[in-house]
Design a protein around this ligand. Structure first.
Ligand SMILES: [Zn+2]
Length: 234
């Protein structure tokens, strides 16, 4: 194995008895490795890697942001996100039922018993996120049902580890990731419309993209933004 450097990116090169070059980016550091056939020269490796720089950087960014997901401990002034905005946590003691409130553009206030467990706090906040989505989504969904002239027969919110949304085309059913409560509204809307477009077209093909272009002309931009946000499910 040896290394080449391209635009500040160090690439581990491994020669193998294979037919095609194969590039991979590994978590958590974003290490880049390329496996190449025995007889390929360095110039060809360099050109191939350059042609994939966008892809490499996208993956490295993803791993970096994943690394940055802090574990929520519910400490005073901890950062929590709602609709793409950062709020600082303030903890208030209460003897009553736990509750969550936004205070202006700065604070997320959580009211809990002093001995509340981490699991209780996590659940309380998740249920608050869920209630916020449940308030927004009916109107957003009926707006797009009218616009797209179709009907969503069932929709739900759940925690998903690897996806922002999913759908069942024959049952006209849509699931949205609870984490979308934390992303900008445009991201929530993009995921919803994406899943609804699947009712017209199952695959992510040209027809699918043309439909998205028609309904959400800036979807690529929003998708990029969403790609930078790690799916954590936590
Ligand atoms: Zn899809």
């Amino acid at each position: 194995m040896y290394q080449i450097t391209i635009n500040d990116i160090v690439v581990d090169v491994i020669r193998k008895d294979i037919k095609n070059m194969h590039l991979a980016v590994y978590p958590p550091s974003g290490r880049v490795r390329i496996a190449v056939p025995m007889r390929v020269d360095d110039e060809a490796i360099r050109l191939f890697t350059i042609s994939k720089l966008g892809w490499i950087k996208r993956h490295q960014r993803k791993f970096k942001s994943q690394e940055r997901i802090p574990i929520r401990e519910f400490k005073e002034r901890e950062s929590h996100y709602f609709q793409g905005q950062r709020y600082l946590l303030r903890i208030h003691e209460t003897t009553g039922a736990g509750r969550v409130e936004l205070n202006g553009n700065t604070y997320l206030d959580i009211f809990i018993k002093p001995d509340a467990s981490l699991a209780y706090k996590t659940n309380l906040l998740n249920e608050w996120y869920r209630s916020q989505l449940k308030e927004i989504l009916p109107e957003m969904i009926s707006h797009w049902e009218r616009k797209m002239d179709l009907q969503v027969d069932f929709w739900g919110i759940k925690q998903m580890k690897t996806k922002w949304g999913s759908c069942n085309i024959s049952q006209k059913r849509i699931w949205l990731n609870l984490e979308l409560a934390k992303t900008p509204l445009a991201c929530l809307e993009y995921v919803l419309v994406h899943e609804m477009v699947h009712f017209f077209e199952r695959h992510h093909n040209d027809r699918f993209k043309a439909l998205l272009d028609h309904y959400l002309p800036n979807w690529r931009q929003v998708k990029e933004e969403l790609n930078r946000i790690p799916v954590s499910g936590g």
